[in-house]
Design a protein around this ligand. Structure first.
Ligand SMILES: Cc1cc2nc3c(=O)[nH]c(=O)nc-3n(C[C@H](O)[C@H](O)[C@H](O)COP(=O)(O)O)c2cc1C
Length: 374
């Protein structure tokens, strides 16, 4: 059973995206501006297309609160679409390669790719970011800091230790970069790569990294396959459209090294360390062992494929005539890696909150039988 659930609905060019987050505890003061800030961050980024100039995403909270405080009932929200033109848009004749269009039409027997693409569109991720904006406020109250940064775009890579190297400047440096990159040199290279791809009518993919600091040891579980945090995070992150690979800590590099250069030795922690007497000497595991957090930073990297809608076009086949055609081009991003990183933060926030709630449910029985204080 899941302790936090998210359901979203809404088409890309319909009136709105809506969502319900069920499971948030009562008594939380929700900051709407904080949620809107996340929505704005999802819309930013060098290489975004025309749609982001039209939309000004803001969340409207519809249920689950009284005077801004959560009631413990489902929190319902809405994000309006300014580009609400679904009934006026033409029917595309051909399914676009790299999208859900063809398999979705084959599944449902549609001949109108729009019947599929309107919902398959990554516009839906705005609802996930709004829900993540709610969930992360609980994480912040629990002392957890969560951020994503771009580590590669179009083959240009940030230095591997970009987040440690940025130190106290991290937040300022990340927000100053519209690619969310912490390495200024790589940032310039990524921008140039995006500009070149745009000029060529092409698109780029890349890699973002999500980091969570301040997580206690033991979040997640080793006892059942579906409580292993490793799998829950991977599933949530890979559910973001266009994600094609994922690694925790050393990731695929761990498969190349001998064990002595992979596992993190356990050591005595200094006096006053946050999680008691033990700590790891390194964090090559990326903060997860046995399906649980170790108390070290959680570090997960996700690879995004290049945007499949290319201005230079790709071959497809016309539904009616069966003739070969060049796929329809609609305004589209050149790269969305920074935006995907913001969606990645939201997905990690939702999974972590689910596991914090699960953790509370797994507390020793003494904690459950304690009488309330009134
Ligand atoms: C934040 C974000 C923005 C995206 N923007 C676009 C876009 O502008 N144009 C496009 O063709 N695909 C875009 N995509 C990718 C497609 O939604 C995705 O590739 C497509 O739905 C097919 O899903 P799949 O790649 O998981 O198979 C975006 C993805 C994300 C996460």
């Amino acid at each position: 059973m899941r302790h936090l659930r998210l359901l979203t609905a809404g088409e890309s060019h319909g009136p709105a995206l809506v969502g319900i987050v069920e499971g948030m505890p009562s008594g939380m003061v929700l900051d709407v501006e904080r949620i809107d800030r996340e929505l704005r961050r999802r819309q930013r980024g060098h290489g975004r297309g025309g749609r982001m100039k039209i939309e000004r995403d803001r969340v409207e909270l519809l249920a689950g609160l009284k005077q801004g405080v959560t009631l413990g009932s489902p929190v319902a929200f809405l994000v309006n679409n300014k580009d609400d033109v679904i009934d006026r848009l033409p029917v595309p004749g051909d399914p676009r390669p790299g999208h859900a269009d063809l398999a979705g039409c084959q599944k449902h027997g549609h001949r109108d790719p729009r019947a599929v693409l309107e919902r398959a569109s990554a516009r839906e991720t705005a609802a996930r970011v709004a829900a993540g904006g709610i969930a992360r406020q609980l994480l912040e109250a629990l002392g957890v800091e969560l951020f994503a940064h771009t580590v590669a775009v179009g083959g240009v890579e940030a230095r591997p230790d970009a987040f440690e190297a940025a130190g106290e400047e991290r937040e300022a440096r990340r927000e100053a970069s519209d690619l969310l990159c912490l390495d200024p040199q790589a940032d310039a290279g990524m921008r140039a790569a995006v500009d070149a791809a745009k000029a060529a009518g092409d698109t780029l993919g890349g890699v973002f990294e999500v980091v969570a600091l301040g997580l206690p040891p033991g979040l997640g579980g080793y006892a059942a396959w579906d409580e292993r945090l490793t799998g829950r995070l991977a599933g949530a992150l890979m559910s973001i459209p266009a994600m094609k690979g994922l690694e925790f800590g050393l990731g695929f590099e761990a498969a190349r090294r001998p064990g002595s250069q992979v596992h993190d030795p356990i050591d005595r922690a200094p006096e006053g360390a946050p999680w008691g007497r033990f700590q790891r000497r390194s964090n090559r595991a990326g903060g997860l062992e046995g399906g649980m957090t170790t108390g070290e930073p959680l570090v997960v990297r996700v690879a995004m494929k290049p945007i499949p809608t290319l201005r230079q076009g790709l071959d497809s086949v016309d539904f009616a005539s069966g003739e070969r055609v060049h796929a329809t081009w609609q305004r589209s991003d050149v790269t969305s890696v920074p935006a995907a990183g913001v969606v990645g933060e939201a997905m990690v926030a939702l999974v972590l909150v689910d596991h914090f709630l699960r953790w509370r449910a797994q507390c020793p029985i003494t904690a459950m039988t304690r009488r309330p204080s009134y």
